[in-house]
Design a protein around this ligand. Structure first.
Ligand code: B12
Length: 303
C-alpha cells in the first residue's frame, strides 16, 4: 500500500473517480480490495493505489465490463434462494457488490430476475409454493440488510408514500422500489403490502412534504382494490388531479408487474404511471419541478 500524501483523496473523491457510490468504495476498502488508511477519523486513499485499482489489478473489480461483473449472479442467487440457504444467498450478494455492482443493479438485475425465475418455476409446477415463501423471506432479509447501507445523506427531495393495495400480498417489490427512491434522495414511507385504503389516506395526510403516493400492483387480481385505494385518496381531496400537476397536490402514481401500459395504470385512477422502477425517480423529479414552476406562475399571476 502507498502512503497517502498531500495529494491523496477522501473516500468520497475516490468513489467519484471510480464512478461508484460512496458505500461501494467503502466496501472495497473493507474487503481489502482498495488500500486506504484512516487519518483523523476519515478514510484517505493514495492516488497511486486508486490508479492501480482502476486499472483492474491486482485486486481491481474489473468495473468496465470485466468478467466478474458479468458473472451470472441472478442464477447463483436463484439457486441459493431455492435451497433456502440464507447465508449462501447473502454471499452471492456480497460477491456481486465486491465486483462493483451498485444497489440498483443488485435489486433489478440480480434479485428481481432471481425471484421472477422462481415464480416461473412455481407456475410450471416445478416448485412447491412453500419454497417460494421461503425464498421471499430470505430476499426480504437481504433487502433489509442492504438498503440502509445505501441511504443518501443530506437534504431530501420530498416524501413518497408507497405500498401495495388491500389484498395484494407482494411486499418485496414495494421494498425494492422504496430503497431505490431513497437512494435518489426521497424520504419514503413504506407501508408494505395489503394496505387498507384508509391507511393510505392517513399516511398521505400526515406525511410532511409528501409529493406522491405510489401503489405497487403485482397481480391483476388487485386491480379492483387499487381502483378503490385511488378513489379513497382522491376523495380525501388532496390529489393534484390527472397529470399530477396540482399546485399543492400530491401525485397518485401506479407501477408494478401488472401495470403493462399507461392505459392500464390510468384506468385504475392514477395520475401518473411508471412502467419501471428505474424511471420512477426521474418521473417524480419532473413532477416536483413542474409543480414548482406552476406555483411560481400562480404567484406571478397573483402579483
Ligand atoms: C414472491 C412471490 C409471491 C410471494 C410474495 C411474498 C412477498 N413478501 O413479496 C407470495 C408467496 C406471498 C405470493 C403469493 C401469490 N402470488 Co406471487 N409471486 C411471487 C414472485 C415469485 C416474485 C415477486 C417478486 O418479488 N418479484 C420481484 C419484483 C422486484 O419484481 P416486480 O414485481 O416486477 O417489481 C418490479 C417492477 O414491477 C417495479 N415496481 C413494482 N412495484 C412498483 C410500484 C411503483 C409505483 C413503480 C413505479 C414500480 C414498481 O419495480 C420492481 C423492481 O423492478 C412472482 C413471480 C414474478 N415473475 O415476479 C409471483 C407472481 C407475481 N405471483 C403470482 C400469483 C398468481 C400469486 C398468488 C395469487 C398465488 C396463489 N394462488 O396463491 C398469490 C397471492 C397474491 C396476492 N393476493 O397478492 C403470479 C401473478 C400472475 C398474474 N398474472 O397476476 C406471479 C407472476 C407468478 C407467476 N409466474 O404466475 N407470491
Amino acid at each position: 500500500m502507498s502512503d497517502p500524501t498531500g495529494d491523496d483523496l477522501t473516500l468520497q473523491a475516490a468513489a467519484d473517480a471510480l464512478g461508484v457510490h460512496y458505500m461501494t468504495a467503502y466496501r472495497y476498502v473493507r474487503l481489502g480490495l482498495l488500500p486506504a488508511v484512516k487519518v483523523g477519523g476519515t478514510w484517505r486513499v493514495a492516488q497511486r493505489d486508486l490508479d492501480v485499482f482502476r486499472s483492474g489489478g491486482p485486486m481491481g473489480p474489473q468495473l468496465d465490463g470485466g468478467s466478474r461483473r458479468r458473472a451470472p449472479w441472478a442464477g447463483r442467487l436463484e439457486a441459493r434462494l431455492i435451497a433456502g440457504d440464507a447465508r449462501g444467498a447473502w454471499g452471492v450478494i456480497e460477491a456481486a457488490l465486491a465486483a462493483g455492482a451498485e444497489l440498483e443493479e443488485i435489486y433489478l438485475d440480480v434479485l428481481s430476475p432471481a425471484m421472477s425465475a422462481i415464480g416461473d418455476r412455481w407456475a410450471r409446477g416445478e416448485l412447491d409454493v412453500s419454497l417460494e415463501h421461503r425464498a421471499s423471506g430470505i430476499a426480504m432479509r437481504i433487502v433489509g440488510r442492504l438498503g440502509p447501507r445505501f441511504v443518501r445523506r443530506g437534504r431530501t427531495r420530498g416524501a413518497v408514500v408507497l405500498g401495495a393495495p388491500a389484498g395484494e400480498r407482494h411486499a418485496l417489490p414495494v421494498a425494492l422500489v422504496a430503497d431505490l427512491l431513497r437512494q435518489h434522495g426521497w424520504e419514503v414511507s413504506d407501508l408494505g403490502a395489503d394496505v387498507p385504503d384508509e391507511s393510505f389516506v392517513h399516511a398521505m395526510l400526515t406525511t410532511p412534504d409528501v409529493a406522491a403516493v405510489g401503489l405497487s400492483v403485482t397481480a391483476e387480481a388487485s386491480f379492483d382494490s387499487a381502483r378503490r385505494a385511488f378513489a379513497a385518496l382522491r376523495a380525501s381531496g388532496v390529489s393534484g388531479g390527472r397529470g399530477g400537476r396540482g399546485v399543492s397536490g400530491v401525485s397518485l402514481v401506479v407501477g408494478g408487474r401488472a401495470i403493462t401500459s399507461q392505459e392500464v395504470g390510468l384506468d385504475l385512477g392514477a395520475d401518473l404511471v411508471a412502467l419501471d422502477a428505474r424511471s420512477f425517480a426521474a418521473l417524480l423529479e419532473q413532477v416536483r419541478t413542474e409543480s414548482a414552476d406552476l406555483r411560481s406562475d400562480v404567484a406571478d399571476a397573483g402579483a
